[in-house]
Design a protein around this ligand. Sequence first.
Ligand SMILES: *Cc1c(COP(=O)(O)O)cnc(C)c1O
Ligand SMILES: [Zn+2]
Length: 402
Amino acid sequence: MSFSYVSHLECPKCGSIYAHHKPNQLCQCGSPLLVNYDLEELKNENEIINKERNGLWRYHKLLPVIDPDHVVSLGEGMTPLLSMPALGEKLGIANLLMKDEGMIPTGSFKARGAAVGVSKARELGITRLAMPTNGNAGAAWSLYCARAGIKPYIVMPVDAPVITRKEVAISGAELFLVNGLISDAGKIVASLVKEEGFYDASTLKEPYRIEGKKTMGYEILEQCGSEPPDVILYPTGGGVGLIGIYKALKEFRELGLFKGSRLPRLVAVQAEGCAPIVKAWEEHKSESEFWENSETAAFGINVPKAIGDFLVLEALYETNGCAVAVSEDEISFTQRQTAELEGSFICPEGAAVFAAAKRLRENGWIKADEKVICLNTGQGIKYPDSVSVDPPVLEPGEIIRK
Ligand SMILES: *Cc1c(COP(=O)(O)O)cnc(C)c1O
Ligand SMILES: [Zn+2]
């Protein structure tokens, strides 16, 4: 019995083919590479999903790691799909659901990409890797690398959430801060890769983290059974999760596991302070332009230019989706509203998604009876500074008068 039906890597731009059993990064044409599987062969299997496993490795046949001994797992995957009745009522969307990625090791969905990316790096015999990060990816990769015995070199902006610095540091990874943006961190990593020959684990420069992130799409379809959602909203930085979900939907459709008539409409949500994908979508472009002086408290989506932007835009066009930018005020208002109405302390990126759902309901793009899934990509408690509190301080024995 085969554990993985991985067949090869393919360039979505020029069609070049690469092997999956050797380290590969970008295509020679500069495009990210996507992983292909032998789906025709897999169709004949009577058990495509291993339902005995509760995490994302239940999809091992659709993941690129060949030898199960190379799997590095902290128990990631199969996060809850919660109904949000009170918030849904406020928004006028009766069937509003949240896929809660806060409930995952390291507190953000970056654990999915790290689990599969680090496992494949281990399989390829990689011992040192480097990556730029806005925080959560660096934290997840550092911790998974520690478990795999791989040495990571992490470069992040000084402004990235402080907790993610600590996650990197405690794992024993090499941490560097840069006075700048993730794009500046990326340039530093590129020269380190060039000088030292490290494996470049930057977003989409290694082909496997997207395979981890796509499992959100499989899980959504499994959890929805015969009623797949009409709309899925995703907070988009590098866009890997959105590209991954689109890939997952298509793979399940090809395998006969997608039960709907049309794929869900995918929505890329960004912050007004960094909205290159939204601008490109509004102008019907196939690629985005670098967003100057980007700024948002939703740090995970502060990506001024994504290398896979053309794949994100293709997923939006092909599913009749759209792209929306929300303000910082909408993000913080919605973060509080979600905690007050539903008991969920979501991250600012997740809050951006609910704020976008509200807008799209108001302008009629989302219909009242549609099934809408919002991705909350991380724990609110990873961003303690996103909430300010100033409670009264009592002396011992003091009485509270109402
Ligand atoms: C990285 C990140 C995102 C954006 O993910 P992409 O797949 O790179 O677009 C969204 N939310 C959080 C919390 C993140 O850490
Ligand atoms: Zn190519």
